[in-house]
Design a protein around this ligand. Structure first.
Ligand code: ZN
Length: 133
């Protein structure tokens, strides 16, 4: 894996969270984007190479709605950038990590993404992502 790409934070209210993180990081949100397939609104902040991704549910069926109901707001996942997501998925499968989907799907911020079950990474939901060229 190349680098820590971003940290995902589950939030209840995207506008309030954008305001909060703008003040915390002292930088503006550079992008908001709805990912229909995941029923989330995302907002991104960039610090040098790493990003912060805020995620809010757009429906009560969203994974983020279920996460917040169970665990409250806060750290949701960590994402690592990879060069070849399909190759990395093969490697992770051989290492015994459990994918949450069969194939990579189109996530926010122009990326192919895949998620791995937290039970295999000491409670941390792991995302791998590859820039779509
Ligand atoms: Zn993410």
């Amino acid at each position: 894996m190349k680098q820590l790409e971003h940290i995902g934070i589950a939030v209840k209210d995207i506008d309030q969270a954008i305001d909060c993180y703008s003040r915390l990081l002292n930088t503006s949100c550079y992008k908001t984007e709805v990912v229909e397939s995941q029923q989330v609104t995302t907002a991104f902040f960039k610090l040098k190479e790493q990003k912060i991704e805020l995620l809010a549910a757009t429906s009560s069926e969203s994974v983020i709605a279920r996460f917040i109901k169970k665990s409250g707001e806060g750290l949701h996942h960590i994402a690592f950038e990879v060069d070849d997501i399909k190759q990395e998925m093969k490697r992770l499968e051989q290492e015994g990590f459990t994918p949450l989907q069969k194939d990579p799907f189109k996530g926010a911020d122009n990326k192919w993404v895949a998620f791995y079950h937290p039970k295999d990474a000491h409670g941390m939901l792991v995302e791998i992502c590859q820039e779509i060229h």
